[in-house]
Structure formats: structure tokens, C-alpha cells
Design a binder for this molecule. Structure first.
Ligand code: GLU
Length: 408
């Protein structure tokens, strides 16, 4: 029996490629979205609940600002760290929504919050440094840490603690090699939100370890169904070592416009500016002008989207709760549910044996034609992520198909 020729070709090219890329996992969220797209193109009726992407159009007032920018001939390179006018809007936004004071030299605009996180990691991490990732964590954190030649150290959590870590867990995970911790609230994928009290307790631990830096990813800030979120950097003792990450993708339905930004100590912002200057230069000029309109507008202008997500959250939770073996928390923010589906591990349905969450997610894709993302990719192997940034009709149909496929 010879070796599979396709595998041989892949192996041949892998030998030429760098270790850096060979050791990098594919983004699970993007991979599942691509798989669903491919099946759709082949004529399958797939319901895509894998990607975290609002299904709304970008609001008109933002589109108008972009059109105006084109008419006004905004076409040249922008400053690497963003237009000063945009940085002024960001500074006002931080003050208005987060009670944070950031001067313009503390702000860097990037091509999406993903690049903001990558910049901050690249400029702070050295080989061998450890980065604490409270699980579940967004898939790209661990990959970005790997690219920065550092090591991810996962702090597990479960549905029993609403997918949040305790101060004790944090303290136990810190070693002499710990350089960074990445917090994300509202969380992708669990939707959990850390309260001010919980964040202050975690900060108390970090006060004992002054060499640990914090990335606070607040990209889901406005998709929040309770109290306004509490920004980690607003804890006085943490301000000087926290990088606050945000962007316009989720709250303003602007995923494809690719604008993210940080507020950080000026020496970190300067380093990110230098890094970005060698990799992408400034973010897209039209998108930057449109972002000024987005951030200058009162938050009430996007409330209709948040209200709609809230309705869909209620709907999807009630429908999933009816399915045998689905254990759910009640997410307080973002637009994902993250059910624990470990009940199905070891079970055989329709002659398919489910060993783990990847098998389960694949089963749902093939049998129910519903695309989800396996919890493995988020460091929580008992769960799957289901995005409810989809229409009510799609949510209803998807839940009914999932239920039907599992009842066989
Ligand atoms: N952040 C979104 C998600 O988790 C978009 C895809 C990505 O960049 O990972 O689905």
C-alpha cells in the first residue's frame, strides 16, 4: 500500500515553508466559515452560525461619512498610528464610555482589533515568556502568542463558574516567566462578563506581580445586555500596564472595514507604531474617516442592533434548552452561546461516534447542515460555540434541525 500522493505533496511543500507557519494552527472560526461556504456553493442548504459577524448593514450615517471621504479625496497613506482626528475621537470615546484618559500618543489605530492584539504581543513578548489565557479564550490569542514565540498557559473554567476564573486560579498560574494575561469581557465565545468587583479581585492578585502586563480585549463592549462593562485599565493600579483593545467591527456592523485600536502606556503605543510601520503602515484611510462618524455618534444610535441581539439571545437559549444534553449558561454579552455538550461524548448517532467537540460540531454540519465552532479551539473541549448573529428564522430552523439530528 503506497502513501497518499496528496499527503506526499503537502509534506514536500511543508518542508520548504517556515517552522513559524507550519506550527501555526488555522483559525478555527475562519476555517469553519470557509467550510460552510464551500458546502453552500456545492448546493447544500447550510445555516452558518459559526462566524461572529453581525448580520446588519453598516448604519447609513457611517456609510455617508465614508462616501464623503472618497469625494474629499482621502486617498493617501495615513499616519501609521491613525489620523489625529480619529485618535481624538477615540480619546473622547474612552473618556465617555470607559472613564479612561488616553492622550493621542497613547493611541494606535490598526487594521482590526486582531492586528492591535498582534502588535501588542509582538512588542512585549520574548521567546519563553508565558501568557495566561483564561479559557475559554478567542481562538487567535493562542496563535498570536505562538507567532510571538511565547507560550500560552491556559487557565481552565467551566459552565459551573459561568466560564470565569477566580483570583486563586490566576495567582496559581503565575510563574517567574509570566509576562502577560489576556482578559476578554464580554467574552468570545462564552458571552460572560466580568463585574467590577470580579475584575478588582483579579487586579489585587496582579498587584503582587508588577512584571505582568494585561491585554483587555473589549471589542464586544456595546453588545452587552446588563450594566455597562467595566474596563480593566480603569483600575488605577493597572492603568500603567494595561493595553485596552477595541474596534468598530462588532458594535457598528463594520467587520469588513477592519478598524481596531488600542489605548496603552505611551511607550507601548510607540513600539506598536514602530511594528505596524514595518508590516502594514496605517489602516485604510476611508475606513478611518468612517470610524470618526461611528465613534462620535451617541451609543443610542446602535441600540436597535443590541436590542435585536437581546431578543435573539432569549430565543436561542429557549430553543437550545429544549434539546436533550445541552447545558447552557446565560451569556451577558457578545452574540454567542457556548453550550456544554459533553453529554454526547461516547455516544453513537446515525452510526457516527462522537468522541469530542470537534466530532460534535462536524456531526452538526453534516447531519443538521448547521455550522458551529468546536470548543477545542477556544480551550474548552466540552463545548461548542453557536453564533446568534443570524436572523430569527435561521435561528429557529437551525435549532430545529439540530434537535432533529440528535434525536435519531
Ligand atoms: N472574531 C470573530 C469570530 O470569533 C471573527 C472571525 C475571526 O476573526 O476569528 O468569529
Amino acid at each position: 500500500m503506497g502513501l497518499d500522493p496528496i499527503k506526499l505533496i503537502v509534506l514536500f511543500f511543508m518542508k520548504i515553508l517556515s517552522d513559524r507557519i507550519n506550527n501555526l494552527p488555522v483559525s478555527a472560526t475562519l476555517e469553519m466559515a470557509a467550510k460552510a461556504r464551500e458546502l453552500k456553493e456545492k448546493g447544500n442548504d447550510i445555516i452558518g452560525l459559526s462566524l461572529g459577524e453581525p448580520d446588519f448593514n453598516t448604519p447609513e450615517f457611517i456609510k455617508e461619512a465614508a462616501i464623503q471621504a472618497v469625494q474629499d479625496n482621502y486617498n493617501s497613506y495615513t499616519p501609521v498610528d491613525g489620523y489625529p482626528a480619529l485618535k481624538r475621537s477615540i480619546s473622547r470615546k474612552f473618556k465617555r464610555d470607559n472613564n479612561l484618559n488616553y492622550d493621542l500618543n497613547q493611541i494606535v489605530v490598526s487594521t482590526g482589533a486582531k492586528q492591535s492584539i498582534a502588535n501588542a504581543s509582538m512588542v512585549l513578548l520574548n521567546p519563553g515568556d508565558e501568557v495566561l489565557l483564561p479559557a475559554p479564550y478567542w481562538v487567535s490569542y493562542s496563535a498570536i502568542v505562538t507567532l510571538s514565540e511565547a507560550k500560552s498557559v491556559v487557565i481552565p473554567s467551566s459552565i459551573e463558574t459561568d466560564f470565569k476564573i477566580t483570583p486563586d486560579q490566576l495567582e496559581k498560574a503565575i510563574t517567574s516567566k509570566t509576562k502577560m494575561v489576556i482578559f476578554n469581557s464580554p467574552n468570545n465565545p462564552s458571552g460572560s462578563v466580568y463585574t467590577e468587583t470580579e475584575y478588582r479581585e483579579l487586579a489585587k492578585v496582579l498587584e503582587k506581580f508588577p512584571k505582568v502586563y494585561i491585554i483587555s480585549d473589549e471589542i464586544y463592549e456595546h453588545i452587552n445586555y446588563g450594566e455597562p462593562i467595566f474596563s480593566f485599565a480603569s483600575i488605577t493600579e493597572m492603568y500603567d500596564r494595561t493595553i485596552t483593545v477595541n474596534g468598530v467591527a462588532k458594535a457598528f456592523a463594520m467587520t469588513g472595514w477592519r478598524i481596531g485600536y488600542i489605548g496603552a502606556p505611551s511607550w507601548i503605543a510607540k513600539a506598536c507604531n514602530k511594528m505596524q510601520g514595518q508590516i502594514t503602515s496605517g489602516a485604510n484611510c476611508i475606513a478611518q474617516r468612517a470610524t470618526i462618524a461611528a465613534l462620535d455618534a451617541p451609543v443610542s444610535k446602535i441600540k436597535y442592533m443590541i436590542d435585536e441581539f437581546k431578543n435573539r439571545r432569549k430565543l436561542i437559549i429557549s430553543l437550545l434548552e429544549e434539546i436533550n444534553g445541552f447545558k447552557l449558561n446565560k451569556p451577558k454579552g457578545a452574540f454567542y452561546v457556548f453550550p456544554d455538550i459533553s453529554y454526547y461524548f461516547g455516544k453513537t448517532i446515525n452510526s457516527v461516534t462522537i468522541k469530542n467537540s470537534s466530532d460534535f460540531s462536524l456531526f452538526l454540519l453534516e447531519m443538521a447542515h448547521v455550522a458551529t465552532v468546536s470548543g477545542d479551539a477556544f480551550g474548552s473541549p466540552n463545548c461548542i460555540r453557536i453564533s446568534y448573529a443570524a436572523s430569527v428564522q435561521q435561528i429557529k430552523k437551525a435549532c430545529s434541525l439540530i434537535k432533529e439530528s440528535l434525536s435519531k
